[in-house]
Ligand binder design. Structure first.
Ligand code: ADP
Length: 183
């Protein structure tokens, strides 16, 4: 599925984000930036130790990465140029600011990509694995954030790809994207 907002193409694909060739891939990291399970573990395994080395330097310099913020490292052996690490919220029922933190995780990642003049970026479905955010709600928040960003003028980013790991995730993101863009 593919749509164009302003001058930016937003597309959904099913697959493994570690194989993406975009300028940056986004990692659903945790605040310690030490790697972990899910997509985080997959990115560190496929990219090699150079990613963790830079992550450790970031934490040594600025402390743990708060939820909703983003930081960039090398992509090591991956085809992508950089990894943008962001931390989504842990789902606690929906009244703990989860939606605004999740939205911020997407927007801060995009701002960091812009700051570095990148032209393409891939996102996983942040917070919907170990962090337990319900898929439908997460898809809606993610796509609202992305579409709002794409409406800005003079962006360096021309391509935003959601890389969904399961059929379920793909279906939810596709339904949600239709809804968000018809509003
Ligand atoms: P979080 O802690 O933010 O919930 P997870 O990594 O546990 O992060 O899950 C986030 C999403 O990433 C889940 O929907 C999971 O299915 C998906 N995922 C896991 N591995 C990959 C991968 N290699 N590529 C893309 N998405 C992945």
């Amino acid at each position: 599925m593919k749509i164009i907002i302003n001058k930016t193409v937003i597309s959904l694909v099913k697959g493994d984000i570690t194989l993406q060739k975009t300028d940056a891939i986004v990692n659903a990291a945790n605040s310690g930036l030490l790697g972990g399970g899910g997509v985080d573990g997959a990115i560190h395994r496929a990219g090699g130790p150079a990613i963790l080395e830079e992550c450790k330097k970031i934490v040594a310099k600025q402390g743990r990465l708060p939820a909703g913020k983003a930081a960039m490292t090398t992509a090591g052996n991956l085809a992508a140029g950089y990894v943008i690490h962001t931390v989504g919220p842990i789902w606690q029922g929906g009244n703990r600011n989860e939606a605004s933190i999740l939205s911020s995780a997407y927007t801060e990642s995009l701002r960091l990509a812009e700051k570095n003049n990148l032209t393409s970026i891939s996102f996983p479905s942040i917070s919907t694995g170990a962090y337990g955010y319900p898929l439908k709600e997460a898809a809606n928040v993610a796509e609202k954030a992305i579409v709002k960003f794409a409406k800005e003028e003079a962006l360096s980013i021309k391509e935003i790809i959601f890389v969904l790991f399961s059929d379920d995730a793909y279906t939810e993101y596709a339904e949600s994207l239709e809804k968000v863009t018809s509003q």
